[in-house]
Design a protein around this ligand. Structure first.
Ligand code: FES
Length: 328
């Protein structure tokens, strides 16, 4: 269970052991981990994630907690749901390949997507972006803080935790299915009906985050009332091609092929880079561009910052020019 509003972070990686695994949909697998030998599971706050150290690199997954009061002291287990990204770099495939008893190194929990204590909330999830919002809704419910909870997916079959969400939140959660137009998510209506104290939390694909952010901005929401976490494999799109990255400080040039990010390539070459989410939503990896035209795929930069082309998030963004020269 988590301890609401308490911020506890483990820095050193610990071993997590797979206790159980099951498919929630044809592409989403739930994994429950218990401490590996010598490990202890730290508490966490709603919205937190754990970073797994996989052979394909670090991958972050949000902790899931429906629990309202287990009466347990501390964390007996961590639960995650991982969507298989067939076009991705292998992190989700690794997680789908784990079997009970397997151990993985992980660090955290970390929280870049925290709830604002005591503030009413509008929670909007798209697809696998439901995972951090479950713990948020449970915490809000437990605290008696008003919240609205909306979950959109392609279809009911593609939706993780449909029955658990109904059982836990009843009519406090609304479902929206792309294949049932009468259930369509009404972003305009949700934003227009927000009360002045309500904070908005969005987790899902880039299009959903950008749509809600744009509506909230137009409606006059202060930026600090809109919180978001990107939940897609933004790094790869069909039609991606190889480009070059020149590291200004050394003059070294590296090829970045489709399926690999700039960070993947530069770290493999031994560069020490700062990053966190690796999804394009935290801004930690932002890097100055000296030459070249970026292909922005993050949700951090504003439209005008993207158009200026002076900085980029090197965890997900790519290049429209043959070469980028980066201030590294
Ligand atoms: S690491 Fe978070 S935006 Fe790049």
């Amino acid at each position: 269970m988590f301890r609401p509003w308490e911020d506890v972070e483990l820095v050193e990686p610990v071993k997590l052991k797979v206790a159980s695994a099951r498919m929630l949909t044809d592409a989403i697998r739930e994994l429950v981990f218990i401490p590996g030998e010598g490990a202890k599971l730290a508490g966490y706050t709603p919205g937190a994630h754990v970073k797994f150290q996989l052979s394909s690199g670090e991958r972050s997954y949000s902790l899931i907690d429906f629990d309202e009061d287990t009466g347990q002291d501390g964390n007996a287990e961590y639960r995650f749901a991982v969507q298989l990204e067939r076009q991705g770099a292998g992190g989700s495939g690794h997680m789908h390949g784990l079997a009970p008893g397997d151990e993985v190194l992980a660090s955290g929990p970390h929280n870049d997507f925290p709830l604002m204590p005591g503030k009413p909330a509008l929670l909007i999830a798209g697809g696998i972006g439901i995972t951090p919002l479950i713990g948020m809704a449970a915490a809000l419910k437990r605290a008696g803080t008003p919240f609205r909870f909306h979950y959109a997916s392609r279809s009911s079959a593609a939706m993780a935790y449909l029955s658990e969400l109904k059982a836990t939140f009843g009519n406090q959660v609304a479902f929206h299915f792309d294949d049932q137009p009468e259930t369509a998510l009404d972003i305009d209506g949700l934003v227009a009906s927000a009360n002045p104290d309500e904070h908005v939390y969005i987790c899902g694909p880039k299009g959903l985050i950008e749509a809600v952010k744009a509506k909230a901005e137009t409606a006059g929401f202060a930026p600090d009332r809109v919180h978001f976490e990107l939940f897609t494999s933004a790094a790869q799109q069909s039609g991606d091609t190889e480009f070059e990255v020149e590291v200004k400080s050394t003059g070294d040039v590296f090829a970045v092929p489709p399926g690999k990010s700039i960070i993947d390539v530069l770290e493999a070459a031994g560069l020490d880079l700062i990053h966190d989410c690796r999804r394009g939503d935290c801004g930690i990896c932002q890097t100055d561009i000296i030459e070249g035209i970026p292909d922005h795929r993050d949700v951090v930069l504003s439209d005008s910052e993207k158009a200026e082309g002076k900085v980029m998030q090197i965890c997900v963004s790519r290049a429209k020019s043959a070469r980028l020269v980066l201030d590294l």
